[in-house]
Design a protein around this ligand. Structure first.
Ligand code: ZN
Length: 172
């Protein structure tokens, strides 16, 4: 059995606390996201030093290395999305199939030390970008391919749940 593709619509996380990880994006201020992001990113290097980093707990669950590589790519992709929203009017985001990417990019064969450095760098770049969002830009809009509408504010609060949830997944 391979990993089951996750095609759930996660936008509900903007409305209530996540029952799995306990994070509540609805109670989070977008201005607090850079700090939350830096704190989250600081926990991943220790996860990536684990001896069993590439071991999947079971056939349906990513290894810590796969989760880490995914989180690194989430940081990179959301930086692109925020830049798009700030630079263009009502952009549509390119689709990103995270499960296909994990396979194509061979997440579980990547070097943990490299992933660690890349994750840290991507987190810093995204945190810097979010800290630089002008006060009058938080309501600028962007659209996902499925039609879901976001503002910079809601996308920031939606985004931060992902690395928080995955750190919970790997018990980091
Ligand atoms: Zn969660």
């Amino acid at each position: 059995m391979a990993i089951v593709p996750d095609d759930k619509n996660w936008t509900w996380v903007l409305e209530r606390e996540c029952p799995e990880c306990g994070f509540d994006s609805s109670a989070t201020a977008a201005r607090d996201v850079p700090g939350l992001l830096r704190a989250n990113a600081a926990a991943w290097p220790a996860v990536l030093q684990r001896a069993d980093v590439a071991v999947r707990p079971d056939d349906a669950t990513w290894s810590a290395l796969e989760y880490s590589a995914h989180v690194r790519d989430v940081f990179r992709i959301f930086r692109v999305r925020f830049a798009l929203m700030l630079d263009e009017d009502d952009p549509e985001f390119a689709n990103w199939d995270q499960d296909a990417t994990a396979i194509e990019e061979r997440y579980n064969e990547q070097n943990p030390a490299t992933v660690s450095a890349e994750l840290t760098e991507a987190a810093e770049a995204l945190a810097d970008a979010l800290e630089a969002v002008p006060d009058d830009a938080w309501e600028r809009r962007g659209y996902r391919g499925d039609g879901s509408a976001f503002t910079v504010d809601t996308l920031a609060r939606y985004f931060i749940h992902d690395p928080v949830h995955h750190l919970h997944d790997v018990r980091g």
